[in-house]
Design a protein around this ligand. Structure first.
Ligand SMILES: Nc1ncnc2c1ncn2[C@@H]1O[C@H](COP(=O)(O)OP(=O)(O)O)[C@@H](O)[C@H]1O
Ligand SMILES: [Mg+2]
Length: 249
């Protein structure tokens, strides 16, 4: 459902994504981990057509983003790391706008928008302008809007940032539910516990390159490492140095 072939993106002399090859089948929850600046967000922007690759290709379903961008985007849902919303629309109007962009029929919108707003506990705010929403509420509104057109592929860039525990739990349940329905979920996260609990496979990226790819068990075996994903992650990304640095305090 999600495929990268030699996917590369440079910014000047910096290679943010370096020859990435990856394939994610329907129903898989894939967690993309890596230190700040590793290239996670750039990868997601390449898969969602926000950035063009310097080389290689990004494919969603059977659609190459360069050749069939509209078809690829029409089956994709994207929750970016910042909630991009229009402050002077109401929550309901924003949902209508997104529904129209994705060509969701008006009858379906009339049914699903109230359901989705209710699911995210936004119904009381549906008629309020988004500028009055908190960060978490905006994040939830974007999540609700992304589910409206029933995408086959979902990209979530740090989806739990700014959410209260109840909302975070709901998002985790939604991810599991979507996966059970066959949706491919690509999730960038810093919350290793969530990756460990939810993801079928994990990819670790550093300096634009995948340095580890597999199930948690496979990764641990390869690194001959027992213990938590956090320990494994720090081991693979060279985080052991920070205990030396802590000595300086
Ligand atoms: N628009 C841009 N222009 C220049 N450099 C960028 C741009 N976007 C990202 N980068 C650089 O690319 C690298 C990867 O960034 P990013 O994909 O945002 O990392 P991550 O999401 O893993 O924290 C970083 O070094 C970042 O500074
Ligand atoms: Mg990022």
């Amino acid at each position: 459902m999600i495929k990268a072939v030699n996917l590369t993106r440079k910014f000047g002399s910096l290679t943010a994504v370096d020859n990435l090859n990856i394939e994610i089948p329907p129903g898989e929850i894939f967690a993309f981990l890596g230190p700040n600046g590793a290239g996670k967000t750039t990868t997601v922007k390449l898969f969602t057509g926000i950035l063009q690759p310097t080389a290689g290709s990004a494919v969603i379903g059977n659609f190459d983003l360069r050749k069939n961008p509209i078809e690829a985007k029409s089956i994709t849902g994207f929750v970016s790391d910042q909630p991009y919303v229009y402050p002077h629309l109401t929550g309901f109007e924003f949902m209508r706008l997104v529904g129209d962009i994705y060509k969701v029929g008006i009858d379906e919108q009339k049914q699903r928008i109230p359901e989705l707003l209710s699911m995210f506990e936004l119904s009381p705010w549906a008629g309020e302008m988004i500028e009055a929403y908190s960060h978490g509420m905006k994040q939830k509104l974007v999540l609700a809007s992304v589910l409206l057109h029933q995408p086959k592929v979902i990209f979530l860039d740090e989806p739990l940032v700014g959410l209260d525990p109840k909302s975070a739990k709901m998002v985790k349940e939604i991810i599991t539910r979507l996966s059970a329905k066959g949706v491919a979920v690509f999730m960038c996260t810093h919350v290793l516990e969530i990756a460990e609990r939810l993801a079928h496979r994990i990819g670790i990226i550093q300096n634009g390159r995948i340095i580890a790819l597999g199930t948690v068990e496979e990764l641990k075996k390869r690194a001959r490492q027992e213990g938590t994903l956090e320990e494994l992650f720090l081991h693979l990304t060279g985080g052991s140095r920070y205990s030396e640095l802590l000595e300086l305090l």
